[in-house]
Design a protein around this ligand. Structure first.
Ligand code: MF3
Ligand code: CO
Length: 250
């Protein structure tokens, strides 16, 4: 069951989400071919100090960095490394979150680096649009899987696939709260959405097959067929007036 938040709580949560968005934007602007994924992690940590926010992923279930950096066929949870160099033509998914004043924010995006093939830019665009389609269904009175079905329908109509093994989630005083928010499902099913729910909706979209596997480092998740993958995520709140995106920089 979802933990409902008051308007007051959502107001506090807006700050952790705003900081999450600002840091993510900074990371995005800083990406250059030739830089290592560790450099992005260091930057994320510095930004957390600046905003007096705690990086939400660092130490979470033993995760050793502040940000997840997942390149090309890596879907999610890429661990920053001083040996991993970002190249021209890569698509780089950045996933980041903070805790501030007891509440969490969580957001992700995929950055095209330099000259990216048109089909991979399209993968990125479809994933971002899929998140928007999902958010649009996050209205009180709708059902949870209306969000899931909107994402899946849009992605598959455009010839890509949605990852099944990982999902979005409710979020608040914990990074992960119930319920999970799958990116596939049947409309008209799942729990009824209510005012006060705060959700991290996060489509992970693959170029080819939806199947993924976790590498020996126990985190890095890649497509089984080597196809490219993109990821977008926003933390949103369901209000009387519909969904509002909390992870925006303003
Ligand atoms: N945004 C991801 C999630 O919602 C990242 C968390 S995994 C972590 O699950 F371990 F890196 F924190
Ligand atoms: Co998340």
């Amino acid at each position: 069951m979802a933990i409902l938040k008051s308007l007051e709580e959502i107001k506090i949560m807006k700050e952790s989400c705003r900081i999450t968005a600002l840091v993510l934007q900074k990371l995005k602007e800083s990406i250059r071919p030739g830089m290592t994924t560790s450099e992005l992690d260091m930057l994320a940590r510095e930004e957390c100090v600046k905003y007096r926010a705690r990086p939400a992923f660092l130490g979470y279930r033993g995760y050793t960095a502040a940000v997840c950096v997942s390149i090309n066929d890596e879907v999610i949870h890429g661990i920053p490394s001083p040996k991993r160099v970002i190249k021209n033509g890569d698509i780089v998914s950045l996933d980041f979150g903070v805790e501030k004043d007891g509440f969490y924010g969580d957001s992700a995006l995929t950055v095209p680096v330099g000259d990216v093939e048109a089909k991979y830019q399209r993968l990125i665009d479809i994933t971002r649009n899929a998140l928007e389609k999902g958010i649009a269904k996050a209205c009180a009175g709708n059902r949870l899987h209306d969000i899931s079905a909107a994402i899946q329908g849009y992605v598959e109509k455009n010839g890509f696939s949605v990852v099944r093994d990982f999902t979005g989630h409710a979020i608040g005083r914990a990074l992960h709260e119930d319920p999970m928010v799958p990116n596939f499902g049947k409309p008209g099913t799942g729990e009824t959405l209510q005012v006060g729910m705060t959700l991290a909706i996060e489509p992970m979209v693959n170029e080819k097959r939806f199947e993924v596997k976790v590498l020996k480092d126990k985190w890095t998740t890649v497509t089984v067929d080597g196809g490219m993958s993109a990821h977008y995520e926003h933390t949103i709140a369901i209000t009387e007036n519909g969904p509002i995106i909390l992870t925006l920089p303003e």
